[in-house]
Design a protein around this ligand. Structure first.
Ligand SMILES: [Zn+2]
Length: 653
């Protein structure tokens, strides 16, 4: 009896399950069995709703909907087809669980106009079908912007008729995955060659993507990287490279900003891109230019002299300004990563900030529209659970809860500037994401969180409630053929990070040996960090981990002679980020601070497999000494690229 009642209750679905959570809903009496589309009545250009929501900005009102579910039908009212579409997507989420709907009234509208997802198809190529599949998921989440990272060192991924060598030579490489490619010396191949891996989207593919996206009320923003992340361009067209003073081509990832042909090239590429993508904003990348070759290139030097430039950064802003002007002449708006600000920028360019939440403040205060996607909150290539359970990943631990708890509306943003905050975006870089299944695993459910941040008012958001709804939506995603992270079995953060430890050295003074201080980029809590009783989480960016670009050599003063039985510290390693375990640890004790007695030593030899994505290891030993001073020395592994040490606490017991 009880189970049959339960099954009736469970088979009725209401707005409580929706992701993103609707702005308002009121539950009413009764249920509606929805077995035919003829029961759904849709009215657009609804004047009454427009009046009711007159205080909302126009873009938000246009995406709003009201849905009234009564026992015999579903009535949808909206200002535009977009609003009606979002109402239908709410129905899609609910009917995926049950056809029996709880009677209710939902009134719903978005918080931000840009609710985006970026997919990098350069590092590991993803084809049209994969992109079309993700568009369907985005629509279900009421996301409205797909940003395609189409070009980068690892492969040019869009057909350009005027420059056929791009797809013929630079869309193919030796190495199935990005990692294989790097391990093989980053060599390109050629279309139809037996060793060629990779691919590109044809114009036909792109048109199909744009067309389907439009049906799903999603705008597709193409990104063409200018002037860096362009090794593949320089490879296909070496004439765009800088030169050394002796006239040799500099085959790195930056094009030569002093070469007029380079401007023709990008303008022609953008022409062909704009012909396919109707997006008002066009992304030109602009991040991480090394500008190294520019310093010695005779053409760049001459150009700087002619223009009166004193810094190579001005070459980049010159190029950005030219592209901005060109796009504007075509009725489009330039969007770039926050580095485009360096050296000045026209105020109608849109900035996508990724270098931390602070990087968004400067552009928005300067009057730019901004889209926020700080790496610490919105990067889906970062691992989402304990490192020992996750595939190899780049970056710092970024679980669903940390993504979800991000509020793009920084309190220091002036109220007048708020309309310039267009929205939020999750970014999936794919260097370490070789397959489609893996890509979906990294995207979902973290994209659910971005969708809800972008849609639901801040005061309506609550992680526990979201977590429950996300678990339900994951079931729906599985039923529709998506792979996801197994949220129900999440391990969570490092246990030690949540439990401060009392030990003999807590609060005691730590002195750093001459020339062996911590690195200013990761100071943790400074001089007291190693004896504050606090341990780091899985995330090296959490403010608990102290970084050393030298050997760690510290002496702790216990203030009086004490019986010591154990000394140890935990180190983090993440090989792909150049963070490694120490090669050797030595521990000394002393009664007077002058005479040291060595009481322990351990060594570690790095293997290729170890330390790939975040490993944690204790380096300590039993001591059994009477001591006032403890000296702890950790010598670095000096293998190139593996030089940094990360340590959170030295435990003395
Ligand atoms: Zn040059």
């Amino acid at each position: 009896m009880l189970s049959s009642i339960l099954s009736i209750i469970l088979s009725v679905v209401g707005p409580q399950v929706l992701v993103p959570k609707p702005v308002q809903y009121v539950i009413s009496e009764g249920q509606c069995v929805l077995d035919s589309d003829s029961q759904v009545k849709v009215t657009v250009e609804d004047g009454k709703l427009s009046k009711e929501l007159r205080n909302l900005p126009k873009w938000s009102r246009e995406a709003a909907y009201k849905m009234v579910i009564t026992p015999d039908r579903v009535e949808i009212r909206a200002m535009t087809e977009t609003g009606a579409f979002y109402a239908r997507e709410s129905l899609v989420q609910m009917t995926a669980i049950s056809d029996t709907l709880q009677c209710c009234t939902i009134t719903d509208w978005p918080r931000f106009s840009h609710r985006g997802l970026m997919i990098d198809i350069s590092r590991n190529f993803r084809d049209k079908d994969f992109i079309l599949k993700q568009l369907e998921a985005m629509a279900m989440l009421k996301m409205n912007s797909l940003h395609l990272h189409l070009t980068d060192d690892a492969g040019w991924r869009i057909q350009i008729d005027s420059y056929p060598e791009l797809c013929k030579r630079a869309a193919w490489r030796i190495g199935e995955t990005y990692v294989d490619w790097c391990d093989n010396g980053c060599r390109y191949s050629e279309e139809y060659s037996p060793d060629a891996c990779g691919g590109y989207l044809t114009k036909e593919d792109c048109r199909e993507i744009v067309e389907r996206a439009a049906q799903l009320h999603i705008n597709v923003i193409p990104e063409i990287e200018i002037p860096s992340h362009s090794r593949e361009v320089v490879y296909a067209y070496p004439q765009f490279a800088c030169e050394t003073p002796s006239g040799e081509k500099v085959m790195n990832r930056d094009v030569c900003p002093a070469n007029p042909e380079v401007y023709d090239f990008f303008e022609t590429v953008l022409d062909e891109v704009m012909e396919i993508f109707p997006s008002k904003i066009i992304h030109i990348g602009g991040d991480e230019a090394s500008r190294q070759g520019w310093k010695s290139c005779p053409h760049c030097r001459q150009f700087m002299e002619d223009m009166g430039y004193t810094d190579v950064a001005q070459l980049q802003s010159h190029m950005t300004a030219r592209m901005e002007e060109y796009l504007r002449s075509k009725g489009r708006t330039l969007l770039g990563w926050d580095e485009i600000l360096e050296g000045g920028l026209a105020s109608d360019a849109v900035v996508m900030c990724w270098r931390g939440a602070e990087s968004c403040l400067e552009p928005i205060m300067a009057g730019h529209d901004i889209i926020v996607s700080p790496s610490t909150r919105c990067y889906f290539d970062y691992p989402q659970d304990a490192p020992f359970r996750e595939p190899v990943a780049f970056g710092s631990y970024l679980p669903l809860e940390v993504v979800y708890s991000y509020n793009p509306q920084d309190p220091s943003i002036d109220e007048n500037a708020l309309p310039h905050l267009l929205g939020v975006q999750g970014n999936m870089w794919t260097e370490y994401i070789p397959t489609e299944e893996h890509a979906e695993y990294m995207l979902y459910p973290r994209a659910f969180a971005i969708a809800e941040i972008g849609w639901t008012p801040e005061e309506e958001r609550n992680y526990q409630d979201f977590h429950d709804r996300a678990l339900g939506l994951i079931e729906t995603f599985h039923a529709k053929g998506y792979n996801t992270f197994n949220l129900g079995a999440e391990y969570g953060d490092r246990y030690e990070a949540e439990h401060p430890l009392a030990h003999l050295a807590v609060g005691k003074n730590v002195s750093y040996a001459e020339g062996c201080s911590y690195d200013s980029s990761y100071p943790a809590s400074g001089d007291v960090a190693l004896t504050d009783g606090l341990f780091g989480s899985w995330a090296f960016k959490d403010g608990r981990w102290q970084k050393f670009y030298c050997d760690l050599d510290v002496t702790i003063d216990l203030e009086k002679v004490t019986s010591v039985h154990y000394v140890g510290a935990t180190f983090m390693a993440q090989r792909i980020l150049g963070i490694a375990f120490p090669a050797k640890v030595e521990i000394y004790s002393s009664i007077d601070g002058a005479r040291l007695e060595k009481c322990g030593e351990s060594t570690y030899r790095m293997t290729d497999k170890a330390q790939s994505t975040g490993d944690f290891m204790d380096f300590g030993c039993p001591v059994n000494a009477e001591a006032r001073y403890i000296r702890y020395v950790a010598r670095r592994d000096k293998t190139p690229g593996h030089a940094a040490l990360f340590v959170d606490e030295i435990v003395v017991n």
